[in-house]
Write a protein that binds this ligand. Sequence first.
Ligand code: MRU
Length: 434
Amino acid sequence: MECNAANERRELFSMREKINGENYMEEIVARSNFGGRQKIGTIEWQVMHINSFPEEFREYLGGSLRIIDQTMLPRRLVHTTLFKLEEVVEAIKSLRVRGAPAIGIAAAYGLCTALQTVFYDVGDKVAQPSDEVFFERLEYAASQLASSRPTAVNLFWALDRMTSLARSLRGHKSPLEIAYALVEEARAIHEEDLEMCRSMSRFGSTLVRTGGAYLTHCNAGALATGGYGTALGVFYWAHDEDGKRFKVYADETRPLFQGSRLTSWELQRNGIDVTVICDNMAASIMRREQLDGVFVGADRIAANGDVANKIGTYSVAVNARAHGVPFYVVAPSSTFDLALDTGDSIPIEERSASEVRHGYLYIRDSLSFYEPIIITAPEDVKFYNPAFDVTPSEFITGIITENGIISPVTREAIAEAVGKNRIKEELQKEKRSF
Ligand code: MRU
């Protein structure tokens, strides 16, 4: 079975290589120029011309999602193009695209990718599906994408925004017009995320000083967002815009090493002094050397300020409290879930035991064959692998949002700061004035 699937995938890849006229798994450094600084293009919606596709690919009308495959970093920088709903769902589940805001953006574009199949007709014609067929596909695709990962609320926030827009246009616009409006909405979600990142980063930079030492956990950078970063965005802004020089410790972040594989990779590329440490070294570094602050991202923040983030964040917060180190969470308003009273109701994803037993320590001899090279525990031992934990609000010095710094963290301050989407309104105003 597996072998057939692998063969099919290989065939598909080689066909794509042919139709693109270039290596599908190209290893190029694609950079988007954002805010005067060259950033890695993490997620892109690429428009393709239908006529350049052979018959069997005509169903993919005009667009596809191009991502950096984060499972391949830091060994190789590989861009992958996702043509189908199933490929986008798989990419989110397997963390090829990961990080709360990035998942939301990928899901929004993924929904557009999925909708393309209903416009397919035999021959060269573009079929106009009925409203029923269009909306059935929309709801199906949204539910598939929603089932990919449970904790990051940005996924549900983005899908909800996309489906609400489509429903509001039903009966007023044709399915094709709605599909185009959805591509625009996905682009707006992406653009707003970049703006929110820059705004948070500017506020966060006021908390960074030249000569300071900071710690971060997991990866909350350009890779995890629309292209700039939340916690790492603070470091980029402090370094690039405010000219500060400081050092950053990156927790390696067991079991999947987002800190050592991704955070150190992107900080290093951007000229920031970064040192990787094992997760269990953080407390002793805090005791030995006075750290000036911890900056982390978030996957979901409840109305009372409890924060779900990568497993291990809670221990960092407890250690920070014990050593008098300020602990900051950096997150856009799309990461708040005000419908949840406290962090106790945040769903926590549990992932496979193999991630703890092997991590990414695989030989990857081809696109689909994996061979574990290190086994860290007996085959039949019990494992528990929650991907996230919840840090209670009392451990958090401040939450940095695009609207300012919430400190102290109270329900009232949160409700006020994230009540409205200021960036969306500003971007819409700017567009109107052109
Ligand atoms: O499992 P992951 O790698 O998707 O987890 C990501 C995190 O926990 C990040 O810290 C969080 O999404 C913030 S990203 C700006």
